[in-house]
Design a protein around this ligand. Structure first.
Ligand code: SAH
Length: 361
């Protein structure tokens, strides 16, 4: 057992089963042993690969989106450019490279990175030094003011709670522990009041069905919307997830590109869950902003011109490089690759229509 597993087992033995959110928060963000507190989890040698690591096209198009949004907002200066969970800093480096074509934007931005992983902070510092970033543990400490924000594969790492339908009632799905079987899911003995949050008309509710909610994700979306509606701004959230409310257990663990048991070795594997985009939209609207989308990553990137940009890059490339570019585009927008599972959502104040989304929902 990992040290964290031992600690969690002791905690459960003394105070009873914990929520999935508590388990996930410890597994990912425990100050000493949390998965995201340790070494670099990204890239070919790491546990998973993300869109910015697939191709520079991704970050460049997002750079263009940020610059376009800034123009639509009336070019506020200074503007806080915030990235939630910047990983290796690749997306931001690619976005800033596009900024060379927009020197007024480059001069207006103040870079803030929300990152809890010290190894990744170091990589970000190396790649983004010219921009003099400031690091934060959470969005809360980024100073108020006009905002441009991007979050790619950040929300899926936020803790979720799970409800499970047992005996005609929604109960909290908790994590228990026994010396014979280790960690395992157990429903709470009684009905959970959170059952009131499950949409009435949701299909597929049957014995054993799981419904997920993420108060943490809703909190972040709401904080983004508060800033955007209060000070002006635009935010782009990209992640895998669902457009409409659905039942389903989406908690997954990945280690070295392989799915592993989510409860087996807390802290050793990446834990994530599908993002509930409908909930993020509602949180944004509730806080006074507008939500755009979600649209699929495929539609978003094609609308922003990924194919044109790829053709332009290929013109000056060797045949091998051109094949790599074509392959990358397919991975980013292909329906069987990231194109359909990943969604994009924008949050902006009334009166602004961000690029890549059908005008106002
Ligand atoms: N956006 C990057 C990295 C995605 S991985 C990319 O697309 O490649 C998730 C990122 O979020 C990592 O940088 C991780 O360290 C960070 N992260 C995870 N949980 C976090 C939290 N609670 N607060 C701040 N950063 C977090």
């Amino acid at each position: 057992m990992t040290t964290l597993a031992e600690r969690l087992a002791k905690r459960i033995a003394s105070t009873g089963p914990i929520t999935v959110a508590e388990f996930m928060a410890a597994a990912l963000a425990d100050p000493q042993h949390g998965y995201y507190r340790r070494a670099d989890p990204l890239g070919r040698q790491g546990d998973f690969i993300t869109a910015p690591e697939v191709s520079q096209l991704f970050g460049e198009l997002i750079g263009a989106w940020l610059i376009d949004s800034w123009h639509k907002l009336g070019q506020p200066s200074p503007v806080r450019l915030v990235e939630l969970g910047p990983g290796r800093g690749t997306l931001m480096q690619d976005a800033l490279r596009v900024g060379k074509l927009a020197p007024a934007w480059l001069a207006a931005i103040e870079l803030h990175l929300v990152e809890i992983n010290p190894a990744l902070r170091k990589l970000q510092a190396e790649g983004l030094a010219p921009q003099g970033p400031t690091w934060h543990e959470s969005l809360e400490t980024v100073p108020d003011g006009p905002l441009l924000l991007v979050a790619n594969e950040f929300f899926d790492a936020l803790p979720i709670r799970q409800l499970v339908f047992v005996g005609g009632q929604w109960r909290e799905r908790r994590v228990g522990w026994s010396s014979e079987e280790g960690f395992g899911f157990v429903p709470s003995p009684d009905r959970s009041p959170l059952g009131a949050l499950v949409p009435m008309q949701i299909p597929g509710v049957a014995e054993g069905a799981v419904y997920e909610l993420s108060p943490a994700a809703i909190g972040v979306a709401s904080e983004i919307a508060r800033r955007v509606s209060g000070f002006g701004g635009a935010a782009l959230i990209i992640d895998y997830g669902r457009i409409a409310p659905e039942v389903g257990d989406t908690l997954q663990a990945v280690r070295r590109h392989t799915r592993v048991n989510a409860l087996e070795e807390p802290g050793a594997a990446d834990l994530s869950a599908h993002v509930d985009f409908a909930a993020l939209s509602r949180a944004a609207i509730e806080a006074g902003a507008r939500a755009f989308g979600p649209v699929t990553q495929r539609d978003f990137l094609i609308d922003l011109g990924i194919e044109m940009r790829a053709r332009a890059l290929s013109r000056s490339a060797t045949p091998t490089e051109a094949a790599t570019i074509e392959d990358a585009v397919e991975r980013l927008v292909g329906r069987g690759a990231m194109g359909a599972l990943f969604k994009a959502l924008a949050i902006a104040p009334p009166g602004i229509s961000p690029a890549g989304f059908p005008a106002e929902d």
